[in-house]
Ligand binder design. Structure first.
Ligand code: WT7
Length: 658
């Protein structure tokens, strides 16, 4: 019987074949983490060796200083598995949404040729090393080809999640000053064709974009402007399938990915070439225990860092096939994901707790007929996984045979930093595990003192951090300093996550300590949502908080002070439309409340803490008693400091009515 609170260890069979099975790797790495990472870097192919492994001028640091490499050489012609060994092996397996369409399978050689053709095409359009290229593509093979083509020629890619709105695209293009955007006519999602080109046309307005390269995917009608639109197939058709790689400095910019922080505007997280490559390669190899006959299915879209690192770069650096898919895991039927695992004999399945809870909710009957014999390892990422979802995943999908790696990391860290290793363990439901070898973390209280066992505090990273940690926020050094290096000084990286550590040294992530909501694993900023809502001319004030959600982990709730004449339903509809336009449908709130007033301090600060308390329930199912009944005034804290305590009574009534 499997139970919460228990520790699990890998089975003998798993351990036998695992890359790492001995705990001594931790001690070795701890002794000299810099040396440890250097040894790993030595296994990659470099054009020029570094002069110094780690250089630290707080809050700035560098890895593999003066080393030169290109990540695509390490994926293709100089892959550590041997090019002759892998060139005819499958590199990507793509499952389209329409069932009548066949999957696309490309070998490493075929992928390489397509990457080179596009790389040459991009050069012809004038793209040079260091130029930013926007990629606004759905999950189709061209999205990975585009990223790799940029990497081949040293262009800096900025992937924008295809379900983001045109406005979200526009602000990213403006910030990066990209001159090229790669997009598609459309794509399939739950049986519909989504017209992506239309959103791209809107998104490039008032930006520096000169050329838009369009993949023909869904064949839908699109508007066309000869001055800047170009079909992908026409551009690459005539290009050579060979292209010399641009030799990159280890610290040259590699890619920028925008993510949400506490305040309004998304931040452009900057990753560099050398450190990222080392971390992507070895975290994948050891955490997913990647071997030549594995097939990795990471369900994340490449619009998020999980997809960039573990759908694209990491499996390819390790010479294994990566599977990815168009559409949704539960459409046209709730067992689509299970079907794909069996059809392609997926060995390694990496997804988010939200998806697991959704599969669980559909019921075990839906997957009764699947044996999942190919599966060897399961992964979870993006938000805390509650014990009940962990246990369901372990039993019903992993058949109590597959280790679960619950991996903690962030857009900023580039790759996984905390998780139990699959051949070593232990695995404990709801605990992510131990820091990856060579990574030093601590949990600190407000005063900067290490917390005791089971005492909640702030999770931080200590030098030398990890090679893949961000090097900056694009064009915003001040924000970099404030967000990560100001709470405990310039030598300690502040993760913005709360955590506890148990007696075995295993870490449990509690959740964000800033104003970031993790909805379905997606990172949303309450500030950004508030800005979107406040845009409405009749809305005088609003507040957004994240509240626990059974499936999505967390979901935003919006409180609006509205003084206009429209009906409640009308206002709600307008707000929803506006959020869709500003951010995208993924940010839609769970509830919208129209209120007379919001609780405020005498200095006029909205007390989101009180709003949140009014909503708080125990999240981990069954772990604690449900506290959803109206909180007592004691639980709400001291209300006497409020300028308007009566607002709380109104809120209690409104929320209670639900
Ligand atoms: C935030 C980062 C890391 C790739 C996907 C998300 C939360 C991430 C876990 C986990 C509990 C987790 C944290 C973190 N998070 N993984 N295994 N357990 N929480 O990247 O969008 O930058 O979000 O996701 O709160 O700070 P991201």
């Amino acid at each position: 019987m499997i139970k919460r609170g228990d520790l699990y260890f890998p089975t003998k069979d798993f351990k036998k074949k695992a890359w790492l099975k001995d705990k001594k790797i931790y001690r070795e790495a701890q002794k000299d983490p810099i040396k440890f990472w250097e040894n790993l870097a030595n296994e990659l192919s470099w054009r020029k060796k570094w002069k110094k492994v780690f250089e630290h001028k707080p809050p700035y640091f560098k890895w593999f200083v003066a080393g030169k490499l290109n990540i695509t050489e390490n994926i293709f012609e100089k892959n550590s598995q041997g090019w002759e060994e892998i060139k005819n092996k499958t590199a990507i397996i793509w499952e389209p949404e329409p069932e009548k369409e066949k999957p696309i399978i490309l070998t490493y050689q075929e992928l390489f040729q397509r990457v080179n053709k596009l790389a040459n095409g991009l050069k012809k359009l004038g793209v040079k090393k260091g130029d930013r290229v926007g990629i606004y593509l759905p999950m189709i093979p061209e999205v990975i080809i585009s990223m790799l083509a940029c990497a081949r020629i040293g262009a800096v890619h900025t992937v924008v999640f295809s379900a983001f709105s045109s406005h979200a695209l526009q602000i990213r293009l403006q910030d990066t000053e990209a001159k090229i955007l790669i997009t598609a006519d459309g794509y399939y999602r739950r049986g519909q064709i989504i017209n992506l080109k239309q959103a791209a046309d809107e998104g490039i307005k008032e930006t520096n974009v000169e050329k838009v390269l369009v993949v023909k995917r869904a064949g839908n009608q699109v508007s066309w402007d000869k001055n800047h639109d170009l079909w992908w197939h026409e551009l690459v058709g005539k290009e050579s399938d060979q292209c010399q790689p641009e030799i990159m400095d280890s610290e040259d910019p590699f890619f920028i990915l925008y993510t949400s922080g506490s305040t309004g505007k998304p931040k452009g997280i900057l990753h560099t070439c050398g450190g990222y490559t080392v971390q992507a390669k070895f975290t994948g190899k050891w955490i997913f225990d990647l071997k030549e006959d594995d097939i990795l299915w990471c369900t994340s879209d490449v619009g998020w860092i999980t997809g960039i690192t573990y759908t694209a770069y990491s499996p390819l650096l390790n010479g294994v096939p990566t599977l990815f898919f168009e559409g949704a895991p539960d459409w046209p039927a709730p067992d689509r994901w299970a079907k794909i695992i069996e059809k392609h004999k997926v060995t390694t399945f990496y997804t988010a707790p939200t998806a697991i809870r959704m599969f669980e909710k559909y019921g075990t009957k839906v997957i009764e007929k699947y044996k999942f014999e190919s599966l060897q390892l399961l992964g979870s990422v993006g938000e805390p996984i509650d014990e009940s979802a962990w246990l369901w995943y372990f039993k019903e999908v992993g058949k109590e045979r597959c280790p679960i790696v619950d991996t903690w990391w962030q857009t900023e860290t580039g790759g996984i930093l905390i998780t139990s290793l699959p051949g070593i363990g232990p695995f404990k439901p709801a605990f992510t595990g131990l820091p990856f070898p060579g990574v030093k973390v601590e949990i600190l209280n407000e005063k900067g003192k290490p917390c005791k066992e089971n005492e909640a505090g702030n999770l931080v990273l200590l030098p030398p951090f990890a090679p893949g940690l961000l090097r900056g926020i694009y064009k915003n050094p001040q924000k970099y300093l404030e967000t990560y290096w100001s709470q405990y000084g310039k030598k300690i990286y502040f993760t913005s996550d709360g955590a506890i550590i148990d007696k075995n040294g295993l870490i449990r992530i509690i959740g964000r300590v800033d104003d970031v909501i993790k909805m379905a694993g997606h990172r949303l900023s309450t500030g950004e949502l508030e800005a979107a809502v406040n845009f409405h001319p009749d809305i005088t004030e609003c507040a957004v908080i994240g509240i626990p959600d059974e499936i999505k982990g967390e979901a935003p709730v919006v409180f609006i002070v509205y003084k206009g004449q429209k009906s409640v339903d009308e206002v709600k509809k307008e707000v929803i439309e506006h959020i869709k336009e500003e951010i995208g449908p993924i940010a839609l709130p769970k509830e919208i409340y129209l209120v007379e007033d919001l609780p405020k301090t005498r200095s006029g600060k909205i007390m989101r803490r009180i709003l949140k308390k009014l909503f708080t329930r125990a999240t981990a199912k069954g772990e604690e008693e449900d506290k959803s009944s109206s909180p007592t005034d004691q639980e709400l804290g001291d209300l006497s400091t409020l300028a308007n305590p009566e607002s709380v009574d109104e809120l209690k009534k409104i929320i209670g009515k639900k």
